[in-house]
Design a protein around this ligand. Structure first.
Ligand SMILES: [Fe+2]
Ligand SMILES: [Fe+2]
Length: 208
């Protein structure tokens, strides 16, 4: 009981220290850049700073499990593994991250906004909260990221989160297709929602 109580009172600094011990240096440094980028976005969009900070810092905490071991680990923890995750186990770090956020970093299981942001940071999904969109985008646009189209996504993400999301899905899905990889249904659901929404806006603009 006592142990649990101390975990719940873990500060962001405590979490940072624990994360540094748990992840490889490159992954830890990436996490810090995502955290800093997400906080800039939270300020820009007047989002919930505390929730964004927690989710951004911990988004990759599931990476403490090597991808080769993640299917076995998920099964051991009774985390459901779908067919796409079975084929591309790297995706499982998001679900494992939810587990470690609660059991290792003391995030309350009721803090669904933070846990869902961690859960969907890799695939995206439909009906994401502002916190989840910020974490998803910060993960892609943090200053260490360098891929074709990143500048466009960076710019869009600070203009309008949905526009940033649509460009991100577009870019990621193209990359997955080019590499012959599977596309998670959550990503398709997220893409469809953003494409329909942004298209409606465009159509309305066109009619004016
Ligand atoms: Fe990740
Ligand atoms: Fe990440």
């Amino acid at each position: 009981m006592e142990k649990k109580a101390s975990k719940l009172s873990m500060t962001i600094e405590d979490m940072r220290a624990l994360l540094q011990q748990s992840l490889k240096p490159k992954r830890y440094q990436h996490s810090i850049r995502v955290y800093e980028t997400a906080l800039k976005m939270a300020e820009h969009f007047h989002a919930d700073r505390q929730k964004v900070a927690l989710a951004a810092l911990l988004h990759d905490c599931g990476r403490q499990i090597p991808k080769e071991e993640s299917v076995a680990k998920a099964k051991e923890l009774e985390i459901p593994v779908d067919t796409v995750e079975e084929a591309q186990p790297i995706l499982l770090h998001a679900k494992l991250g939810v587990y470690y956020a609660v059991h290792k970093y003391g995030v309350s299981p009721d803090n669904t906004e933070v846990l869902d942001a961690i859960r969907y940071h890799s695939t995206g999904t439909a009906d994401m909260t502002e916190t989840a969109k910020i974490v998803f985008l910060a993960d892609l646009i943090e200053p260490g990221r360098d891929f074709e189209g990143v500048e466009e996504i960076r710019e869009a993400s600070f203009q309008d989160l949905d526009k940033g999301m649509l460009l991100s899905y577009d870019n990621t899905i193209r990359y997955l297709l080019e590499d012959g990889l599977l596309i998670h249904p959550d990503a398709i659901a997220g893409y469809n929602q953003m494409a329909a929404k942004c298209k409606t806006v465009q159509n309305k603009k066109g009619k004016k």
